[in-house]
Design a protein. Structure first.
Length: 95
């Protein structure tokens, strides 16, 4: 199987698809160029991994460019953050 094949085509700037839900979750996220996954918080620690494209993760203390496949950022619980597509990007959020 290929994670990219699980994404459904959409005209939205941001779309998500749960790919695992058990004791943990893995969510596939597509962000179009210049689209923003608005500010939000995770209730648990998480890891965001870039699969393709380019994106930027931002919270109040840091800006992390995600520009190469498998670049990742660890996201602490309860930290407000957002993600912006620098170009069309596909990421996986693991919580």
């Amino acid at each position: 199987m290929n994670l990219l094949e699980l994404q459904t085509a959409t005209e939205k700037g941001v779309s998500t698809q749960n790919v695992l839900k058990d004791k943990a979750t893995a969510t596939l996220i597509s962000i179009k160029k210049d689209a923003v996954l608005k500010e939000h918080q995770s209730m648990t620690n998480a890891m965001l991994v870039l699969l393709s494209g380019k994106a930027v993760f931002e919270d109040k203390d840091r800006t992390e460019p995600l520009s190469a496949a498998m670049d990742f950022v660890k996201i602490p619980a309860h930290v407000t953050h957002k993600v912006t597509g620098i170009e069309d990007a596909v990421l996986i959020l693991i919580q």
